[in-house]
Write a protein that binds this ligand. Structure first.
Ligand code: ZN
Length: 474
């Protein structure tokens, strides 16, 4: 059946077919962090979701280009710069470094490209120029450049594709200068914000005078630069549907006249202990807060990945305890499989090629169904139970164990909860292999042959492959 995804644009489940005519390449953009504070656990739900999408597409053999921007100039950042009396770079650099560290802690694969808004001012200006030239943007009396919703709609374009907007009921306001606003304040939004005293030293020169870009245009400019005017997937949290993503579509399609994104995927909200996260309720957690409570990135990742991305998720500390127990079950099972399959696994790794196991097939069928992660975990735990039963009954051969472990590695290439099944050769054997390589390099073939014999006596053979020598258990 292939991968099916819920597309916010069509509000329906659709088969995923990339724009690339060969069907291999996939361009994927996820709105990245605004680096004015430490990312909270709700933000992390979205980034871990994006990581799952990327990993699963790669598991399915697609060549993914994953882009995630860093918003390093925006209203809240300017406020922070002003309040901390630092420079823009000092202020955002600290939070960006923390973000990258947290990304690693949660074992998210680093996006291929992480463009910064401040490094794409020229692209942003040229995109605004295109919109001005097409009559869809104008400079207002305050010096700022705004996107005209009326002109855009007048060209037959629809504003409000991700979120149904009823223009008969909505009174479209004149214009809105701030980056964030709600549906009730629907109005022409700022593309370029004229410099005001509060901006301090944060400004660039443009055809419309000194100023800085609005938040929405940053994503349009950077995504189209990295992935082309039309690309496959755009992801983000559901809070970004309006106005951010709606504005991204309007700016991009308004400038190019081409469809911007084929599939829009939105991750649902995260609540904590049954309530909306807020600092005053004491249920506001950054990743660091949870690490300080003694939980690991792996446990937090597991919990964030436990529910379907389109369901509101209730994140609890009890849930983290449950994550710990669940991971321990997996680890215990893998540990036993390693004992049984150890020697066979080393042979398998040298030869590589294990057919798909039943668990692997069920796992992939679950994720093909709009990334039904709960069903996918269900298959993983069914497998754990069944494997434990077979281990207890002593009915698992070393080769079976090796095949199951190899399949687990494939499953974990998507889940990313670690616990790799790979087995390294003992240190003493690895050291001998290294010594043999050194001897070969020095053209001391007598010595290298002697080491080969020594390894053979210890039960190991060396296979020289194109990728270098590999150890194989005899
Ligand atoms: Zn964005």
């Amino acid at each position: 059946m292939g991968l099916q995804l819920f597309n916010t644009l069509s509000r329906s489940i659709q088969a995923f077919t990339p724009l690339d005519p060969t069907g291999k390449k996939v361009g994927m953009y996820c709105c990245g962090p605004t680096v004015y504070d430490f990312a909270h656990i709700g933000n992390w739900r979205t980034f871990v979701f994006a990581d799952l999408v990327r990993r699963y597409l790669e598991f399915q053999g697609y060549a993914v280009t994953h882009v995630m921007n860093i918003t390093d100039v925006e209203d809240k950042i300017i406020k922070g710069v002003r309040e901390t009396k630092t420079t823009l770079r000092e202020f955002t650099g600290k939070y960006e470094a923390a973000f990258l560290e947290d990304l690693k802690t949660l074992n998210c694969v680093r996006p291929h490209q992480m463009p910064h808004a401040t490094e794409h001012i020229a692209e942003i200006i040229s995109l605004i120029e295109k919109l001005v030239a097409r009559g869809m943007a104008y400079q207002a009396a305050d010096g700022s450049v705004y996107f005209s919703i009326e002109k855009y709609r007048g060209c037959g374009c629809t504003y409000g594709r991700l979120l149904k907007l009823n223009f008969d009921e909505l009174r479209v306001g004149e214009r809105v200068a701030s980056d964030e606003y709600d549906k009730e304040s629907l109005a022409d939004f700022a593309l370029w914000k004229a410099r005001v005293p509060e901006d301090g030293g944060v400004f660039w020169t443009s055809p419309w005078g000194e100023g800085r870009p609005g938040w929405h245009i940053e994503c349009s400019a950077m995504s189209m630069k990295m992935l082309g005017e039309s690309f496959d997937l755009h992801l983000g949290g559901e809070d970004l549907k309006f106005p951010h993503h709606e504005d991204e579509i309007a700016q991009s399609e308004g400038a190019t006249g081409k469809p911007f994104v084929k599939y829009w995927l939105h991750g649902a909200f995260l609540i904590v202990e049954g309530k909306k996260m807020s600092k005053s309720l004491g249920n506001f957690f950054t990743l660091r807060d949870l690490l300080a409570k003694g939980f690991t990135g792996r446990e937090i990742r597991y919990l964030l990945l436990s529910a379907h991305y389109r369901e509101t998720f209730n994140f609890t500390l009890e849930g983290l305890q449950g994550a710990r127990a669940a991971l321990a079950r997996i680890d215990e099972c893998l540990g036993k499989l390693r004992e049984v399959g150890r020697d066979a696994l080393l042979r398998v790794q040298a030869d590589q090629q294990v057919g798909p196991t039943r668990c692997l097939q069920q796992f992939s069928a679950a994720l093909d169904d709009d990334l039904n992660i709960s069903a996918a975990w269900g298959e993983v735990f069914k497998w754990v139970t069944e494997t434990n039963r077979r281990l207890a009954a002593d009915s698992l051969s070393a080769n079976d164990a090796a095949a199951e472990l190899t399949a687990w590695d494939k499953i974990d290439s998507v889940l990313g909860v670690g616990a790799s099944a790979k087995i390294e050769a003992p240190a003493e054997i690895a050291a001998l292999l290294e010594a043999r390589q050194a001897a070969r390099k020095a053209k001391d073939f007598k010595k290298s042959d002697a080491i080969r014999d020594e390894l053979k006596e210890k039960g190991w053979a060396i296979e020289d492959t194109a990728k270098g020598p590999k150890l194989k258990k005899l």
